[in-house]
Design a protein around this ligand. Structure first.
Ligand SMILES: Cc1cc2nc3c(=O)[nH]c(=O)nc-3n(C[C@H](O)[C@H](O)[C@H](O)COP(=O)(O)OP(=O)(O)OC[C@H]3O[C@@H](n4cnc5c(N)ncnc54)[C@H](O)[C@@H]3O)c2cc1C
Length: 435
């Protein structure tokens, strides 16, 4: 037994960690050690990959590339392969993953089980859309091979299935062609949500990646509701930019109190806005630091101190987005809480790849909050706004949504239950599904 934390560092409960390293033996291992839940790199913020006092099937030892066809861009690999390793091996050969989330430091299995999205959702959809085949080990020993055109019902349950249909053993991915590791990028300062929506609409045809940072301290009614932000957009280019050398830094310790607090947030946000809003014009930059800036500081999640932190990520339909986002930013301003990491993005019109996939057409807002006494009341208010707007929350980021809210907002849940592996169970599945 050893303590295992998720990205939000909200708990450090003991787990029996079963290290999986042999693909052929993995099905027997999970049959021997159940109930349990797969655990990749633990980048889910809440309890999706936790099973306190129970078993975790740790997958990073299943980290091998199996086959790659350079002419078609089909890559077969094990589920513990890290997305950054795929990118770094494949981009020099002219191929890349079509979808990568805001950190490249996640496993293929984790990317499938949460059906993750990137900044290019409006063009490429979610990770699951690019999976051609996978093999799933059930805890009764059965192996199920599935894909969009082979047992698609199993495939649709396993993509975004939160690890609850079994253990993904290997995966065939369709990569996309790329010309190199560079992007043309631009940062546009904006004020007001209507301007954000207009910039999103204007950018979607010509820019593959779009995302906005917002200064959540500027969003309340007291400041006229005119949240200020930085709209960042990028697209692949053949041109080479200035040389980029990776600098790996690590937050060396967990501070005794959160570094993000009422005193630090305003000046920090003001500085970030001032520095970045001055950068105008299109420039060619390396894709990695532009698209995954957080990956340059390892363990930055420790800055919230021992109590840890939550991420609250919602999506609301487009027609309700203006009003609902305004209300959420107002509630956050009134609470006095807030986060440096506040991200606003539009999702495109893509059919969901999985029964429980999070993205839907509309606007997604993601904010980090230090754990503290103000959180329950604030999140209850945010939940009410999201529900009234017909939206939902992202399980990959969640640690506290109620079962009632999950049932109301994920209408395919009943259909999903038929595919569950009775030997797979997590803290999240017990909280949101009762088992
Ligand atoms: C800084 C940061 C930025 C992020 N940005 C984004 C973003 O932009 N978009 C986005 O969508 N997400 C984002 N995320 C969330 C992250 O992409 C997901 O939580 C992802 O699932 C984490 O992968 P992991 O390998 O760490 O898996 P874990 O967190 O360890 O597990 C996640 C889920 O996958 C299941 N799982 C893992 N391996 C297997 C397997 N072999 N078979 C079956 N199930 C398995 C687990 O049981 C669990 O349910 C971000 C996270 C961080 C920390």
């Amino acid at each position: 037994m050893r303590p295992v934390l998720s990205w939000g560092r909200l708990s450090a409960e003991p787990h029996e960690v079963i290290e999986l390293a042999d693909r052929d033996g993995a099905a027997a291992e999970i049959a021997r050690h159940r109930p349990g839940i797969a655990h990749g790199l633990g980048k889910s913020y809440g309890d999706a990959a936790l099973n306190p006092h129970g078993v975790l099937w740790h997958t990073t030892g299943l980290g091998r590339f199996i086959a790659f066809d350079r002419t078609t861009g089909r890559l077969t690999c094990e589920p513990g392969v890290v997305l950054r390793d795929i990118q770094r091996a494949m981009i020099p050969q002219g191929w890349a993953l079509p979808v990568v989330p805001g950190t490249q430091l996640v496993t293929v299995g984790g990317a499938i089980a949460n059906d993750v999205h990137g900044k290019n959702h409006h063009v490429m959809g979610t990770f699951g859309e690019h999976v051609r085949r996978l093999r799933l080990a059930r805890t009764d020993g059965e192996i199920i091979e599935c894909g969009p055109d082979l047992r698609p019902d199993w495939f649709g349950a396993t993509v975004a299935g939160l690890g609850l249909t079994g253990l993904v053993l290997d995966v065939e991915l369709q990569l996309r062609q790329v010309k190199g590791p560079w992007v043309e990028a631009e940062t546009v300062a904006f004020a007001g949500l209507a301007t954000f929506l207009r910039l999103s609409d204007d950018s979607e045809a010509d820019w593959e990646h779009t995302v906005s940072w917002i200064d959540c301290t500027s969003g309340g009614k007291a400041s006229g509701g005119n949240v200020r932000g930085l709209f960042m957009r990028a697209r692949p280019t053949e041109a080479a930019g200035p040389a980029w050398r990776e600098r790996r830094r690590r937050l060396p310790l967990t501070p005794p109190v959160s570094l993000v607090n009422k005193l630090s947030l305003r000046p920090f946000n003001a500085l970030y806005y001032a520095l970045n809003s001055r950068r105008t014009g299109v420039r060619t930059v390396a894709a990695e630091p532009f698209l995954y800036p957080l990956d340059s500081l390892l363990e930055w999640n420790r800055m919230y101190g021992p109590p840890g932190f939550f991420q609250y990520q919602s999506v609301v339909p487009r027609d309700a987005a203006l009003e609902a986002t305004r209300e959420m930013l107002d509630a956050i301003a009134v609470s006095g809480e807030g986060s440096f990491l506040a991200v606003l993005k539009t999702f495109g019109e893509r059919p969901p790849a999985g029964l429980l996939s999070f993205p839907r057409p509309g606007v997604t807002l993601a904010l980090d909050f230090r754990n503290g006494p103000a959180i329950p009341a604030l999140f209850a208010r945010l939940d009410a706004i999201v529900l009234a707007a017909g939206g939902r929350l992202y399980p990959a980021k969640d640690a506290r949504m109620s079962r009632e809210m999950f049932e109301k907002t994920y209408p395919n849940l009943a259909a999903f239950q038929a595919f569950r592996d009775p030997g797979a169970s997590s803290a999240m599945s017990r909280r949101l599904m009762g088992s």
